[in-house]
Write a protein that binds this ligand. Structure first.
Ligand SMILES: C[S@@+](CC[C@H](N)C(=O)[O-])C[C@H]1O[C@@H](n2cnc3c(N)ncnc32)[C@H](O)[C@@H]1O
Length: 353
């Protein structure tokens, strides 16, 4: 028997019921931040980049990442136990996944968003309880700092890192989107709030007949254009700068909004859906994709926690289910809609005009 299992006695039933209960799941979740922070520190220290060219012994790796000897072995072996490194006679190595996704020199690097978690959200989530009590954001705004997003949009370096981080979390959904929608019957698409342009890139690469536009705030333009050029799509996918609440939307017969609606209040969400509906021609479609909350509100943990993250980061943003989005689409005028899974926690809701 597992030593952490204990016998519980339920005296409320007519027959006394003995069942084996374990606190393991509770304790595992309560201590989950240990593992999470160990990974985030490994990214901050450059562990995965240091192993990009092959295995290193413990002392070589310790020197490469510049940490004190005291906890170096425990740190590296914890990463082995967490499944983020392997260890054999040659030393420590990246796993196939960490070698592909956490080596900063590779275009497949997804660590930008995890760097942001380490620098910002890890600390801000410490104030989740206060956010729940007050409904106030718990990020830089709380301490009187400038709005984080205003700051990063003012500087090319941080803006590039943020937008590349967005690509890191959207690549799976973007690849899936290219197959999940009947693109053959459409010609022009526009991705609203496109960031670096991962979704337009993956869709245009898969469907050479399509022309695409990435729409975002004007400072995003140079980062988008650099990325699209590197993907070999410069002639076919272009950038349009503007504010999706107030500026005319570029003409298209399919619009996309990825990881956008959860940032905004219900009236703002509904206003965006109405604007897209008005801009679409008959026969056009809107694809909303997001880490949706499941309709039963009990299983898509990432979608539910993402909604709590909107509490930390925004004045009124909140997550939503596929059924919520379909109801808003119907109220905006869309004649029909459907929900389909994409990748990981991401689902798309397609509205048809
Ligand atoms: C969370 S990111 C999502 C990026 C991308 N769609 C994805 O799924 O990875 C939100 C994007 O919306 C853009 N955005 C925010 N407010 C906007 C506005 N008022 N008009 C246009 N774009 C906006 C941001 O610049 C950012 O690129």
């Amino acid at each position: 028997m597992n030593t952490s299992q204990i016998t519980a006695v339920d005296n409320t039933a007519d027959d006394i019921v003995h069942e084996l209960l374990s606190p393991d799941a509770i304790l595992g979740l309560g201590f989950g931040f240990w593992g999470s922070k160990t990974l985030l520190s490994a990214i901050e220290l450059g562990v995965f980049g240091a192993l990009a060219d092959g295995p290193l012994g413990a002392e070589e790796l310790r020197t490469a990442v510049g940490i004190h000897p005291r906890s170096a072995l425990d740190f590296f072996d914890a990463l082995v136990a967490l499944g983020m490194l392997t260890r054999d006679d040659a030393g420590y190595s990246n796993t196939p996944e960490t070698g592909l996704f956490l080596d900063p020199a590779k275009p497949s690097y997804v660590g930008g968003i995890l760097e942001m978690n380490n620098d910002r959200l890890y600390g801000f989530w410490n104030s989740l309880t206060e956010g729940l009590r007050t409904s106030e954001p718990q990020n830089e705004v709380k301490s009187g700092g400038r709005n984080y997003f205003a700051d990063i949009y003012a500087e090319p370096g941080p803006l590039h890192s943020f937008l590349a981080g967005m690509s890191g979390i959207s690549i799976g959904a973007s690849v899936a989107l290219a197959d999940a929608f009947p693109w053959d019957s459409h010609q022009r698409f526009c991705d609203l709030g496109t960031a670096q342009g991962m979704a337009p890139a993956k869709i245009a690469q898969r469907h050479p007949h399509l022309a695409g536009i990435g729409f975002d705030l004007p400072p995003v333009g140079p980062v988008f254009e650099e990325f699209i050029e590197a993907q070999g799509l410069a002639g076919r996918v272009s950038f349009a700068g503007g504010d999706f609440f107030t500026d005319p939307l570029p003409e298209a017969d399919v619009y996309l909004m990825g990881h956008i609606l959860h940032n905004w209040s219900l009236p703002e969400k509904q206003a965006l859906l109405r604007r897209v509906y008005d801009a679409l021609p008959d026969g056009g479609a809107l694809i909303v994709y997001d880490a949706l909350i499941d309709d039963e509100r009990r299983s898509n943990t990432f979608g539910l926690l993402m909604s709590l993250n909107m509490l930390i980061e925004t004045p009124a943003g909140v997550g939503y289910t596929g059924a919520d989005c379909q109801a808003w689409m119907s109220a905006a005028g869309f004649r029909d809609s459907y929900v389909k899974p994409l990748a990981g926690p991401d689902f798309m809701v397609v509205g048809l005009k």
